[in-house]
Ligand binder design. Structure first.
Ligand code: TRP
Length: 412
């Protein structure tokens, strides 16, 4: 089918004039503003669409599920073709979810949880299969780790992902190193995508340099193909109409370049363009100029942190929107637009009324920074402790089940 619209991948990664202020690509997220990334600007730059109140209403009407707080509060704020997935759901046509993680650290942090918490909610709301790609190959190419270490990290991270509550009857988690070698259909799709994208195009989308190894240049095809149902014959079968099974990808918006490329080649390979729903970034403890990063231990709260460590990090590191003295704070109030503890509460405190009360009290100076941080510490300690409990119950046997290619239950 001929493409009427100009290729999305051609959208410039960052126009020169704006590049100084904010940089968003799969390898770097930073801005000069302590209020964080300008997400409206990003939507304009990338050419995606805003998640509108009408779209949320339709989502609620069709699934009968109230919108997740990540939707109510604009954490998942941008999309591509989400309505096509809602159409499919309405018409009872099959589709699946695809998300992933690059396993580069022993322990995942709070920011890594965001897409998985949301994907679990979508799996429950839609009752559809999910595939989770662990890009151990990607991390080997980009980081100073051995292939064996990356593979091992994939398995460790898979346990944390399973602990988010995914349904084993509907979820397939795979390491690229394992699956690429065992599934010819997957590898065939990788090579088909590689043939569709020129070096010029890959450069324009990802900014590769002449000194980058060729592994990096060819990797995007590997992240692309889980968006095509024919890459999973054990799940979807081998019949011709499998190509009609649509895909929805929840991810942080820095992953969009991969999927602009995927969407550009989809029709040429006889597949539907995958739909996307994008999240904002989870800010570093030190402020919203960057996202939380596992390579900077002080900027992160890890899922392995103890209650004490959480308390210490929040109290010591979390950038505050409070005033310099208690007197000034009482008089002028705190600034929730830059306060990291407040921002974290918007991600993890589910109670809308309570969050609103905290906002009003803090901005009016009735609540002090220490009190705000105490609220956050309580929420995080409970959440991390629950995660640790669930992770402790994930046996190697269960892990193996999740990671075995097999048919998955589909929506009735
Ligand atoms: N590249 C991603 C990372 O480094 C991992 C990933 C692979 C992914 N496939 C994905 C993320 C699909 C979101 C959706 O973390």
């Amino acid at each position: 089918m001929a493409e009427a619209t100009p290729p999305e991948a051609a959208a410039p990664a960052a126009p020169a004039a704006e590049a100084e202020e904010q940089v968003v690509n799969p390898w770097e997220v930073k801005t000069g503003s302590n209020q964080g990334i300008d997400y409206d600007k990003l939507i304009r730059q990338f050419g995606s669409s805003k998640v509108s109140p009408e779209l949320l209403e339709r989502f609620e009407r069709l699934t009968g599920k109230p919108p997740h707080r990540f939707l109510r509060r604009g954490v998942f704020f941008s999309h591509r073709d989400l309505s096509s997935i809602l159409d499919a759901y309405e018409k009872k046509e099959p589709f699946y979810l695809y998300t992933g993680r690059g396993p580069s650290s022993q322990s995942m942090h709070l920011g890594h949880l965001i897409p998985f918490i949301f994907t679990k909610y979508l799996q429950d709301a839609f009752n559809v299969p999910l595939v989770v790609q662990l890009t151990d190959d990607e991390k080997f190419l980009w980081k100073n780790l051995t292939a064996e270490e990356c593979h091992d990290l994939a398995y460790k991270n898979a346990k944390d992902i399973i602990a988010c509550g995914f349904d084993v009857d509907k979820t397939f988690i795979f390491s690229d190193f394992d699956y690429m070698g065992s599934c010819p259909d997957f590898y065939r799709n990788v090579v088909k995508v590689q043939k569709c994208v020129t070096l010029n195009q890959a450069r324009a989308i990802f900014g590769f340099a002449d000194t980058d190894c060729i592994g990096k240049v060819s990797f995007p095809a590997i992240q692309a193909v889980p968006a095509f149902s024919t890459s999973f014959p054990d799940i979807f079968g081998r019949e011709k109409n499998v190509k009609k099974v649509k895909c929805l990808i929840p991810c942080a918006i820095d992953q969009d370049p991969y999927f602009r490329m995927t969407r550009d080649v989809a029709h040429r390979l006889g597949h539907c363009k995958p739909a996307l729903i994008h999240s904002t970034f989870f800010p570093a403890l030190q402020g919203s100029q960057t996202k939380m990063s596992a390579s900077d231990g002080n900027s992160s709260i890890f899922l392995t942190d103890t209650a004490k460590q959480i308390q210490k990090k929040v109290n010591k590191e979390a950038f505050s929107g409070g005033r310099v003295s208690v007197e000034e704070h009482r008089k002028y109030g705190g600034d929730t637009t830059v306060d990291v503890a407040y921002k974290y509460l918007t991600f993890f405190l589910d109670d809308d009324a309570k969050l609103q009360q905290i906002k009003e009290d803090y901005e009016a100076g009735r609540m002090l920074t220490g009190e705000l941080k105490k609220e956050l510490i309580g929420v995080l300690q409970a959440m991390v402790a629950e995660h640790q409990e669930r992770r402790a119950t994930v046996t190697d046997e269960l892990l193996k089940q999740f990671m075995t290619p097999r048919p998955l239950c589909r929506a009735a």
